[in-house]
Design a protein around this ligand. Structure first.
Ligand SMILES: Cc1cc2nc3c(=O)[nH]c(=O)nc-3n(C[C@H](O)[C@H](O)[C@H](O)COP(=O)(O)O)c2cc1C
Length: 367
């Protein structure tokens, strides 16, 4: 094949660009399935060489070679955590997984808002359940930090009990756990973000963690659709526990940044570029409330500048998903290279020196 005339690096770049064009012509969920299949078959580019020391990061005691993670929802069923690590992510988060398998919402349930490089999804926690994910993870070696994002079945009589099952099942296998109470697509789930419900949830989850053989870090993933009073309450509850960190944020139910665009009126959560300002402001506002508790910034990162802005707003590490839909898998390399060059340009030694340098501006909406 003519591609064999090129170096492995160039070949993988050519392949990933060709694939991106083809994927964008498919319906989004088919394109996602094709991407997972390609990754499973080892057809993706792989990182060449180690990460630059400027990117080495400590997150809740986890030593990441770089602070960029694949966000939850891409690899819901733990099919490709190893491949994502080899691609160059410093962490990868599988799930959301629920105790029992569930089909999710009827299709179509995933939409591109192409003009804004946004995505709207109402997948509804489609996943194969704890057992399948557990068996896959048990037999794979992942050369990055592995997060397991746990949730509740839609028809569960006790959401809290489902999270406890998640902790019991994955505490030993995971490098960290994410308690996801912020999906807009499971009715009632976001109510767990309120004071009393969150107190009970975290109490039971952290009790379960304390009984596990290993002390696995537990992070809470919140929605961006919270006002400052709601965030005050969340911060108060969190700070009274030994929760290890917060992921800010999940998708938004708001549509202002995409009003009038194609697919903008589809129900579900909006992610990607149009989510960036809101999610970054919420991140900074959470930073102001939680002292130096580890925070993971997610939402709308699509280049090195937006990645850097998350650190400046207060993130210790970052995750992304939607931008890979529009930018392709080699977006990760571009972001890493951009971050390293920002660290050097600023005369700093490590990306962590940017953490919180612009928190008050982001929190006040000045940026
Ligand atoms: C198709 C899709 C499915 C998602 N599924 C989940 C999920 O199962 N659990 C979760 O915590 N977040 C899920 N998310 C949210 C992402 O993890 C992330 O928080 C959000 O998309 C914002 O990041 P981004 O703008 O980089 O995509 C999903 C996002 C998308 C686009």
């Amino acid at each position: 094949m003519i591609l064999s005339a090129f170096s492995p690096l160039l070949r993988s770049k050519l392949l990933s660009n060709l694939t991106l064009d083809a994927l964008m012509k498919m319906d989004p969920e088919t394109a996602h399935g094709a991407t997972i299949t390609a990754l499973r078959m080892g057809l993706s580019p792989q990182q060449q060489g180690p990460d630059a020391p400027e990117l080495a990061t400590d997150l809740c005691g986890l030593k990441l070679t770089n602070p960029i993670g694949m966000a939850a929802g891409f690899d819901k069923n733990a099919e490709v955590p190893r491949q994502l690590a080899l691609l160059g992510f410093g962490m990868t988060e599988i799930g959301t997984v629920t105790p029992r398998p569930q089909a999710g919402n009827p299709k179509p349930r995933l939409f591109r808002v192409t003009e804004a490089q946004g995505v709207i999804n109402r997948m509804g926690f489609n996943n194969e359940g704890h057992d399948v994910a557990f068996e896959r993870l048990r037999s794979v070696q992942v050369p990055a930090s592995l997060g397991v994002n746990i949730g509740a079945n839609k028809d569960s009589e006790d959401f809290v009990a489902d999270y406890v099952l998640g902790v019991n099942r994955f505490a030993e296998l995971a490098d960290y756990l994410t308690v996801n109470i912020s999906s807009p697509n499971t009715p009632g789930l976001r109510n767990l973000q309120t004071d009393e419900a969150l107190t009970r949830l975290l109490g039971e989850v952290l009790d379960a963690r304390a009984k596990a053989k290993k002390r696995v870090p537990v992070l809470l993933k919140i929605a961006p659709d919270l006002d400052e009073t709601a965030m005050d309450a969340i911060a108060r509850v969190i700070l009274a526990t030994d929760l290890d960190g917060v992921i800010v944020s999940n998708t938004t139910i708001g549509r202002d940044p995409v009003a009038g665009m194609s697919n903008a009126t589809e129900m579900g959560g909006l992610s990607g570029k149009p989510l960036f300002p809101l999610a970054t402001q919420r991140l900074a506002q959470m930073r102001q409330r939680v002292g130096d508790l580890p925070l993971v910034g997610v939402g709308g990162i699509h280049d090195a500048q937006t990645a850097l802005a998350k650190f400046e707003a207060g993130a210790n590490a970052i995750q992304l998903y939607s931008a890979m839909v529009f930018g392709g898998l080699d977006l990760l390399d571009r972001i890493k290279a951009g971050l390293v060059s920002e660290v050097r340009k600023a005369g700093k030694k490590n990306i962590s020196e940017f953490v919180g340098t612009k928190t008050s501006d982001w929190a006040a909406g000045r940026l």
